[in-house]
Design a protein around this ligand. Structure first.
Ligand code: SF4
Length: 116
């Protein structure tokens, strides 16, 4: 019998069925930097609202969220824009020397795993 791993994001608003439905409808997460067809003004308002929702996220999930973001940045060397743990990380404009991870179709560590 396999042991079930603890859910590091238990209770997180972004991990609810409601948000899954939202993602299906909008073809992206409300915590993304920019959604297809979204103008700058709408994206700004949505990101601010999403960051506010993060304040209701359980502390453990929020800490894990911040840690995951830091890990992705460290591991890939790319910017990882969007809303993470209530912080809004801008697209590559703030880090012109880094490629925006969101624009890369296959993550490097995914490609390594596929090749192995
Ligand atoms: S803090 Fe992170 S895990 Fe929690 S709702 Fe915000 S984006 Fe989701």
């Amino acid at each position: 019998m396999t042991e079930k791993l603890p859910n590091k994001f238990a209770g997180a608003p972004c991990a609810t069925d409601e948000h899954t439905e939202w993602m299906r409808k909008h073809r992206g997460s409300r915590w993304d930097w920019l959604l297809a067809g979204e103008d700058k003004h709408s994206a700004n308002r949505r990101r601010a609202a999403s960051a506010a929702i993060c304040t209701s996220c359980p502390l453990t999930a929020r800490k894990n969220c911040a840690a995951l973001h830091a890990e992705l940045v460290d591991h890939t060397g790319y910017t990882v824009p969007g809303v993470w743990a209530g912080e809004i990380y801008r697209d590559k404009v703030d880090s012109p020397n880094r490629v925006n991870l969101a624009s890369i179709p296959t993550l490097p560590f995914e490609a390594e795993a596929e090749a192995a």
